[in-house]
Design a protein around this ligand. Structure first.
Ligand code: PMP
Length: 406
């Protein structure tokens, strides 16, 4: 599953070498090219059944259908005002409550990350990332020629206590700290309240930007809420919050938002204008209708119930097939759990065998720029119905046995 190719001899910029791509995203095309039946634990997509297609189609007919040419025009770069207002309303009373001047609509969470690294990272700057981390986040930092410092993750998220010593050894403070604090991609771990506070303190001491990438926070199905870094920061401009509709409504819409200090918005707009002018307006109008129609809350409640069931099913199937062979995390929300084989198995080799057996996952090394997780893998439990989860885990066990026998 390599994402690197040998470029022909063209006059490339030095940065072309830093564009490492994403094994996760590439799995979409790889799996689409397969003709046999595959249980897909690879992509981090909401369940197909969870996409509210009927409601969206109805909203579409009303707001972007015939007679609505304005919905197909360019939009304001900071986002279509009706969506910003609807979002503000939706967030009121939550840990992400905010004000209008802090909100910028983006083309997915990915653009929020790209804007952050573009604005804050010069070549050679130190950027702290979790280990494992979200591949596309570290790839974006690398594309701006950052030097990455990987910090371990345990059941309480990033091991913040280890950070001061690692930074001292690196000989300079980080310009940016990138964290996925809630139901982390890929481990499923949630950063504890104590560590959130500690991390904020360190960011303040070092003057580091803290990128708070939290796409899964609204998908808690067990345990109790932890305040977002956004809330704990209480308006501190060092905290830059990236959010998206991809996991809570639909990833194909490609709409997300940023919650940042208002003083940053002009710069964000300038940078976004040089990228894509504005976020897709029909998609913004669909989301406005979804929010103002009051659909999000009921939709989230259904998703939470279903994802809880799916995670529990995956846990049971893991215990049935992998007890004594691997250990796994037990997330309280989100999409993913992280499995580590003991004794070690090369999960990149396992991927090839598993694909032939009809099951797909993402090998652990994809989540570490230093390739620190050859014996681990990420499973998305959210996209697959329970009976298929059981089938997929049985196939994975066959793949492990086949690999061991070969
Ligand atoms: N951050 C994290 C942690 C994610 O898991 C994802 C999606 N996989 C994103 C950002 C990107 O979100 P989007 O698809 O909206 O660009």
């Amino acid at each position: 599953m390599s994402t690197r190719t040998s470029p022909p001899t063209l006059p490339f910029a030095a940065r072309a070498d830093t564009l490492v791509g994403s094994v996760i995203d590439s799995s979409t095309s790889l799996l689409a090219a397969q003709s046999h039946d595959i249980v897909r634990f690879a992509m981090g997509s909401p369940a197909a059944e969870a996409i509210p297609t009927e409601v969206l189609a109805e909203i579409g007919t009303k707001t972007i259908g015939a007679g609505s040419p304005d919905a197909f025009d360019y939009a304001a770069t900071e986002g279509d005002m009706p969506l910003r207002v609807a979002l503000l309303d939706e967030l009121d009373g939550t840990s992400d409550a905010t004000t209008l001047e802090r909100l910028t609509i983006t083309s997915g969470g990915m653009q929020g990350l790209d804007l952050a690294f573009k604005i804050f990272v010069d070549p050679g700057d130190l950027v702290v990332v979790e280990s494992p981390t979200y591949t596309n986040g570290s790839a974006t930092a690398l594309s701006y020629q950052a030097d990455l410092l990987e910090v371990a993750v345990d059941d309480d998220g990033m091991v913040v206590e280890a950070l001061p010593e690692l930074v001292e050894r690196a000989g300079r403070t980080p310009k940016v700290i990138y964290t996925i604090p809630t139901f982390q991609n890929p481990s499923g771990a949630t950063l504890s309240l104590a560590r959130r506070e500690q991390l904020l303190e360190l960011a303040r001491e070092w003057g580091s930007m803290l990128i708070d990438d939290d796409p899964y926070g609204l998908l808690r199905f067990a345990g109790s809420e932890v305040p977002t870094l956004h809330e704990l920061a209480d308006g501190d401009p060092l905290v830059y919050s990236v959010r998206t509709f991809s996991k809570i409504v639909a990833p194909g819409l490609r709409v997300g938002w940023l919650d940042t200090d208002p003083s940053l918005q002009r710069l964000l707009i300038n940078a976004k204008q040089a990228m894509d002018t504005c976020t897709n307006l029909p998609a913004q109008r669909l989301l406005t209708g979804f929010l103002t129609g009051g659909h999000l809350d009921t939709h989230l409640a259904t998703q939470r119930r279903e994802y809880r069931l799916r995670k529990e099913t995956m846990k049971e199937a893991l215990t049935e097939h992998f007890d004594g062979v691997a250990r796994w995390t037990d997330p309280e929300g989100g999409f993913f759990l992280w499995m580590t084989f003991e004794p070690a198995i090369d999960t990149e080799k396992l991927f090839e065998v598993a694909l032939a057996e009809g099951v797909a996952f993402i090998p652990g090394n994809a989540f570490s720029p230093d390739r620190r997780f050859p014996d681990a893998l990420r499973m998305c439990f959210a996209s697959t119905p329970p009976d298929r989860i059981r089938e997929g885990l049985a196939r994975l066990r066959s793949a492990v046995d086949r690999l061991a026998g070969s």
